[in-house]
Write a protein that binds this ligand. Structure first.
Ligand SMILES: Cc1ncc(COP(=O)(O)O)c(C=O)c1O
Length: 510
């Protein structure tokens, strides 16, 4: 029999306290700040007590008058702010007898960092740990989780939180099937805001002697912002609390719970398509909406100009801080929280090619080859073979065999590309993920692939940069009046080399 979230079974209480945000009355088990301890009993004791660092270059360049300080949560041992809540939820559940060492299995739906925090605690304490996370989240997070011994279940990014295929629903279902499973449930667990009320906020106030004019924090489950804000409002009521929420999320606009506002964005860890219980809007004074471009550019600046090796949502928070802090005067103090670490994104926004592929950065110029600025023409690419998304994986395999094509493009009823079928991905699904050839084609569809649109006049230089990070680029042609993108070809390094070599010969022969 599974033990699901203690919140479901105990009506939102931690040791008997019933109001979710009655944080003052909750048990405070976070240890007091001790900077004199020379040796720590285990790595979990190193969680928290992160440094507050004054920013020197970016605020000045942006013409900000106040002081901006970064709360460096990326320096936690698991690499993120979420180590705090993971450890706090585990301690609380152990105290209440819900988690039993050597017996319980921890299952958690997460965008990765809570998973890493839980896997860290599970590794040290000896729990089996299963993490359910959307495909959007980086492979770096997945590899870290695996190295910590966690088992991973991936779910489709596009599944809404209420969809049976979402990470939240899959985790719930698994908790019913796996004996002794416990979902600590960061969305509904008061230990989430409590960890920040007791820990993060106390540390900020200690560092600045209770003199804080503004705090700027990205919102995901909203545990960080709600917990910090509750403590700050008690001790420093004049402080303005600013929430940062990406376009595509509804956290900042609950009045018009408009699902059409929900869109894909690249920044990980912030934004949701529902309002978590750990969000208390009454303590948030202002919201700033952010986009991928500004956020990721700002993360790169935090790394390059301030030496802070942080992740994408740190850039969102910093960009939000720059907007909000324009209202502050010289001598005032603004704290921006940097939630996670560069390690999670080494193949994502840290890669120039990855940034260029998404138009977050201009493609570099390269004068060493004559063809760099030339436009892609249909002599460059090979034709592609398409199959309907209603086909079966067996039919797709037969088509691959019959045509000897390197890959198939998968199209919907309008002929618009929805993904790619490759032998490599099919093998991985069957061999590594215990998939079955009798599953739907959707399970075998590669949705993360690189494409260029002929209508946007891609250059050979652009293709060459993409081929640095992918074995093939799909060429599509979009229709001006619809969302339809028809696949028309694919390009590999081989195609590019053969084409440019032939053109070079032709030019030299002239
Ligand atoms: C990278 C990153 N940034 C920000 C957040 C938001 O923190 P919270 O869930 O406390 O709102 C998270 C949460 O998972 C995260 O992983």
């Amino acid at each position: 029999m599974s033990t699901s979230s203690h919140m479901e079974t105990e009506n939102g209480s931690t040791n008997g306290v019933t109001n979710f945000f009655d944080l003052q009355r909750m048990p405070h088990i976070v240890e007091a700040l001790d900077r004199n301890q020379k040796i720590q009993p285990d790595i979990l004791h190193v969680i928290g007590n992160t440094p507050l660092v004054k920013l020197t270059r970016i605020p000045k360049d942006e013409g900000i008058l106040c002081d901006i300080y970064a709360k460096c949560e990326f320096l936690n041992p698991g690499g993120s702010v979420k180590d705090r809540i993971a450890y706090r939820m585990v301690l609380d559940a152990e105290q209440r007898g819900v988690l039993i060492p050597g017996k319980s299995v921890i299952i958690e739906p997460t965008s990765g960092n809570t998973g890493i925090g839980l896997a860290l605690a599970a590794a040290v304490k000896g729990y089996r740990c299963i993490i359910v996370l959307p495909e959007k989240m980086s492979d770096e997070k997945v590899n870290t989780l695996k190295a910590l011994g966690a088992e991973i279940v991936r779910t489709p990014t596009e599944a809404a939180s209420s969809d049976p295929d979402s990470n939240i629903m899959v985790a719930r279902r698994m908790a019913k099937e796996i004996p002794n499973a416990v979902v600590l449930d960061q969305y509904n667990n008061p230990c989430n805001p409590l960890a920040h009320y007791d820990g993060t906020a106390e540390e900020i106030l200690w560092s600045l002697d209770d003199e804080v004019d503004m705090v700027v924090i990205g919102a995901g489950t909203c545990g960080t912002i709600s917990g910090v804000a509750h403590k700050i409002k008690e001790r420093c009521p004049k402080c303005i609390v600013v929430g940062v929420d990406p376009y595509g999320s509804i956290l900042a606009q609950p009045e018009e719970l408009n699902k059409s506002d929900v869109q894909f964005y690249e920044v990980e860890g912030i934004g949701y398509d529902f309002l978590p219980r750990s969000l208390d809007r009454s303590v948030i004074d202002k919201w700033v909406k952010t986009d991928d471009h500004n956020s990721l550019q700002m993360s790169r600046r935090l790394i390059r100009e301030e030496g802070l090796l942080c992740g994408g949502s740190s850039g969102s928070a910093m960009w939000g801080a720059i907007q909000a802090a324009r209202s502050l005067k010289a001598g005032q103090k603004c704290v921006v929280l940097l939630p996670d670490n560069i390690r999670n994104y080494m193949t994502k926004f840290i890669s120039d090619q990855w940034m260029e592929a998404r138009n977050f950065k201009k493609v570099i110029r390269n004068d060493k080859v004559w063809w760099w600025e030339h436009l892609v023409t249909d002599e460059l690419f090979q034709a592609v073979v398409s199959i309907s998304n209603k086909s079966t994986p067996l039919e797709a395999l037969d088509k691959l065999k019959e045509t000897r094509a390197p890959l198939l493009t998968i199209v919907n009823d309008s002929g618009s590309i929805v993904g790619v079928f490759t032998a490599d991905n099919a093998r991985q699904r069957l061999a590594n993920l215990s998939g079955s050839i009798n599953e739907s084609l959707d399970k075998f569809t590669v949705k993360k692939f690189y494409k260029v649109d002929l209508m946007l006049k891609p250059t050979l230089g652009q293709i060459s940069r993409l081929l640095d990070i992918t074995p093939y680029v799909v060429v599509v042609k979009s229709e001006a009046t619809s969302q339809i993108r028809k696949p028309v070809g694919m390009i590999t390094s081989n195609d590019l080399l053969i084409y440019t070599a032939a053109e070079t010969k032709h030019l030299n022969g002239k």
